[in-house]
Design a protein around this ligand. Structure first.
Ligand code: ZN
Length: 364
């Protein structure tokens, strides 16, 4: 339950990391995608998650009871979110289960310094991805975590290339996030001003985005697109690249723009921002959330950013996505379980080119 197609795990507080992974496993999370923003961050992100997995498994005692340090939540989000813990999930079983649902994306965010150095950085990115491996057909069956004990033991990689669970878990399943950002805010996380961008920079930004679309096309991978205040430019780039496969992440446009992306085959992902839409725009937001067809809808946190209400302003983490699921299920007038199922089906189709039914069939 509660898949999250976009988070920056290494930016979560270090002591929170193992607890988040453990609780995602306890919730039978189907899929969580760790997103890259720098050409060379893949290995360090993977190492960071490996460490958090070890830590998480290591602090669970042999009899299966979670030790206090793992679960006792005296400091914030976890306890407030009221997450149940499953004392039976421990050790190797826990590690294997986490590796069955965590996946990695790699890409270059359009920061001015990356744009200036784009030729070099695109090369590095491709090398990093080839080094980790590109998820292909073998990832279909090993798939994202299928939530039964049996499955998590056979785990990711069971039907893969014979290289064991690690090799499949670390293969790259998407390119991104990459795209265009024309939102200037010197006091924001990006620290960018309009003066950072001249014509050459604008063109360079597009070139860097198109190079990543091309790479995704060659590797047959979906793209995680960042598009802020740049609808037209984004459209032009994807038309130039002739590749419509992936997610418009943190969708921030209106129904017309949604239709334009949907018509080309894109999935739209919504984050915690939808929960704190201004009152005057709330009706339009809910209309948009109802407008997106069931088979193209995804949910994400963009953690540690954009925590949903009632955690707005705090650091976000993938467990808080439950609040976004609740909000969107209410807007669409369906129950939350139904929404979880819808999102997981979409994830299987987009990332594993298969359906949940196929995965279950293969395992059986
Ligand atoms: Zn992001």
């Amino acid at each position: 339950m509660f898949s999250d197609t976009h988070f920056h795990f290494h930016m979560l507080e270090e002591n929170l990391q193992p607890r988040v992974l453990r609780e995602m496993a306890v919730r039978d999370c189907f899929f969580g995608l760790d997103i890259g923003t720098h050409c060379d961050d893949l290995i360090s992100r993977q190492d960071g998650i490996d460490k958090a997995i070890e830590k998480c498994a290591g602090i669970v005692s042999d009899d299966g009871a979670a030790s206090d340090s793992c679960i006792a939540s005296d400091d914030g989000a976890l306890s407030v979110a009221g997450i149940a813990s499953d004392g039976n999930l421990s050790g190797e079983k826990l590690k294997s289960k986490i590796k069955s649902f965590i996946r990695f994306s790699a890409g270059i965010w359009p920061a001015p310094e990356a744009i200036r150095d784009r030729k070099n950085q695109i090369e590095i990115l491709e090398k990093m991805i080839r080094g980790a491996g590109v998820a292909g057909d073998e990832s279909c069956r090993s798939g994202a975590g299928i939530a039964s004990d049996e499955d998590s033991r056979s785990g990711a990689g069971a039907a893969g290339d014979g290289g064991g669970e690690n090799s499949t878990y670390k293969k790259v399943v998407a390119i991104g996030e990459c795209g265009l950002d024309h939102h200037w805010n010197v006091s924001g996380v990006d620290g960018r001003a309009e003066s950072d961008f001249d014509d050459a920079m604008f063109l360079g930004e597009r070139e860097m985005f198109e190079a990543q679309l091309d790479m995704a096309k060659r590797m047959k991978l979906p793209v995680v697109v960042h598009s802020r205040d740049a609808f037209e430019g984004t459209m032009e780039c994807i038309k130039n690249a002739g590749y419509d496969n992936g997610i418009i992440h943190c969708f921030s446009y209106g129904i017309d723009e949604a239709r334009a992306f949907l018509d080309r085959g894109w999935y739209l992902a919504f984050g915690g921002g939808v929960t704190y839409t201004k009152k005057s725009k709330m009706d339009a937001m809910k209309e948009l959330l109802r407008f997106v067809p069931e088979e193209r809808l995804l949910l994400e946190t963009d953690a540690p950013y954009l925590a949903p209400v009632p955690f707005r302003g705090n650091p976000n983490n993938p467990l808080l996505i439950e609040h976004t699921y609740r909000f969107i299920s209410e807007a669409r007038n369906i129950n939350m379980e139904e929404l979880c199922e819808t999102v997981d089906k979409n994830i299987s189709r987009l990332f594993f080119k298969t359906t949940l039914k196929d995965i279950e069939f293969d395992i059986a």
